[in-house]
Design a protein around this ligand. Structure first.
Ligand code: GKR
Ligand code: MG
Length: 437
């Protein structure tokens, strides 16, 4: 039994060498530890969808995106619409996706569990097709995707160690290999193991879980343990304006930026007026139509790009250009992801001059033996990844890995990310409210 989506040009149709002949979309699930955030806790499996796009000439390109059921339904509509289109015609692909989604509406399921709303649906759906088309273009032309994006300005892309408060394991499974992190000591220990394992030169803590002063204490403990490492905290809008200002003041000599302390562009602007700390967002500027208002209000200093919701790699370069023009800094957001996304993030960061911060990645939270790219594809060195040199994304699909994670998707029964629902199973009094403090 399979829950894959497969669309193909009708048999007998003439399909040009560079035109899209068929698309396969495979939902997968991979093991995820109980990472805490302000809306709840990660479920035992994270969902993704893997896109394989094939041209008339037989070239295959890969893409990766969210795996929630409603998103899959939209991907299916878009896949049908881009069939027959040319992999070099990026504008045409975007028009086809936007038109297909305008004709049929599917509600819900953006894959971010309440932490990002209002992203542009068309851009979110377009993204994996854009990445797959770029992968194919690179293969046809014999160049890495980073060259198609303007050429790499850095050969190695630095990532940050993404720290999470976490339980010792999923309640049904007992302790996991990371153990608990529920206080400043646990967070420092987690950071030490990430730095030892990957060499990360920057650290980010997912906050919004415990009282703000406890989380500030964790940041101060990190500063003491790692005096030279740039630090960030991201409570995903869990703090009121006054709390944000007070905590920003406490951490003003400790953070390189404060990410999404509070809710909405207006409140962010007020916090920004009252603190000297740079403010970053991946919650309130998540689509091109949010930019003008954020500039008008003066809400942020830094935007976290993410090709999964900014319409793919080329539109993320557009965001980079706009950010540069607005005087904003640029960083990179992540969600639980697999190797195709990591390759795309690395090519994009390599080819984006203004991306001055170490990119986020959830990579260390994934089991090494679960992926859809060949084992050993990525090796972190000094917290950074070398940009792949092979044509396209430079990663090979591991068909056995894909099959295994698809089977896991079928068996696990999760069809939508629901951090809040999972948390409520263990703490029925838990409420997803923002701001909480
Ligand atoms: O994985 O729990 C998580 C994160 O909280 C993620 O969902 C956020 O979207 O990492 C993200 C962020 O920076 O807000
Ligand atoms: Mg964030």
């Amino acid at each position: 039994m399979s829950e894959e989506i497969f669309v193909a040009a009708p048999a007998g149709t003439a399909v040009g060498d560079n035109a899209i002949r068929d698309i396969r979309i495979t939902p997968v699930a991979f093991a995820d530890p109980p990472l805490l955030n302000t809306v709840g806790v990660h479920e035992p499996f994270a969902l993704r969808a893997i896109v394989q796009m094939r041209t008339g000439g037989g070239a295959v390109g890969l893409g990766e995106t969210y795996g929630d059921a409603a998103h899959l339904a939209r991907l299916a509509l878009a896949a049908e619409a881009v069939l027959g289109g040319d992999v070099f015609a990026a504008n045409d692909m975007r028009t086809r996706v936007a038109r297909a989604l305008a004709q049929r509406s599917v509600t819900g399921g953006h894959g971010m569990s309440g932490m990002v709303t209002g992203t542009s649906t068309a851009d979110r759906v377009l993204s994996p097709f854009d990445v797959a088309a770029l992968d194919i273009r690179g293969k046809i032309l014999g160049v890495p995707v980073s060259e198609l994006l303007g050429g790499r300005v850095r050969g190695r892309v630095p990532f940050s160690g993404y720290l999470f408060y976490k339980w010792e394991g999923h309640p049904s499974a007992g302790a996991d290999r990371w153990g608990p992190a529920l206080n400043p000591e646990g967070i420092v220990e987690q950071a030490r193991s990430f730095i030892n394992g990957y060499g990360f030169g920057a650290l980010k803590l997912k906050g919004g879980v415990f009282a703000p002063d406890e989380e500030a204490a964790a940041m101060l403990a990190l500063r003491e343990a790692f005096p030279e490492v740039p630090l960030r905290i991201d409570p995903n809008g869990a703090w009121s304006v006054d709390t944000s200002v007070r905590i920003a003041d406490r951490l003003k000599d400790v953070l390189e930026y404060l990410e999404d302390p509070t809710v909405g562009l207006e409140a962010m602007a007020e916090v920004r007026r009252r603190t000297s700390l740079p403010l970053a967002t991946n919650m309130w500027v998540v689509a091109f139509e949010h930019i003008a208002e954020a500039v008008r209000l003066g809400s942020i200093d830094i935007v976290l790009s993410d090709h999964h919701f900014w319409g793919g790699l080329e539109r993320s370069k557009l965001l980079a250009g706009i950010s540069e023009a607005m005087g904003w800094g640029l960083s990179m957001h992540s969600n639980s992801h697999l190797g195709i996304s990591l390759a795309a993030m690395t090519h994009l960061a390599a080819a984006t001059p203004v991306l001055d911060y170490a990119c986020d990645t959830h990579w260390p939270w994934k089991r090494e033996d679960e992926d859809v790219v060949a084992p050993g594809t990525f090796a972190f060195d000094g917290g950074a990844l070398a940009v792949p040199n092979d044509p396209g994304l430079g990663v090979e699909l591991d068909t056995e890995g894909l099959e295994r994670l698809h089977r896991q998707y079928i068996d696990c029964g999760i069809r939508e990310r629901d951090d809040t629902g999972y948390m409520k199973r263990f703490d029925p009094s838990f409420e997803n409210t923002a701001p909480r403090w």
